[in-house]
Design a protein around this ligand. Sequence first.
Ligand code: ZN
Length: 176
Amino acid sequence: MREDLCCTVCRKPLAAARRLSAKYCGKKCKARALANRRRAENLRQKIDLDRIIRAHEHWFAIFRRELLLSAPPEAGGYQLGLWTGEKLHWFPSMRKNQKYRHTLYGQRSRYGFFTLSPFEPPSVPLEAEYQVRFVQKIPPHFELPAIVKTWRKRVPYAIPCGPLPFRLRSIARDLR
Ligand SMILES: [Zn+2]
């Protein structure tokens, strides 16, 4: 029996009528194939994240020290702004009514900022330069004005950040 005449999940031969286009014997196997693909994709993303974390431990430590040195005493967190061509879009990016987000370490956070202590490394969707700003420790966590000058920091990695209100591809190369 030829390989392509079997269901790719359960290996049962496909009914003659299905053979030309079908890969699965039925809905059940199609759903299982989809679940398998999702699981593989999640695993791949987790491995990618682990790799990014391991590769940037040193960068995290340096950035953390820079943040702590320039943070005003009332700061509890920071945000990173990406210039979209029209305005700064601030990360972490939370949609309206979004209750929580995932940190780089896979923990849930309900904050619309990265915490200073414990230090949360940034999750951003593009390897690029970002404007850094601090937010107040106490709710509602207002942004704090820059004390000395605008600080821009290059983040050397990118991770998927979910749907965004602008197109990542439209961000000019020279702004990255
Ligand atoms: Zn099957």
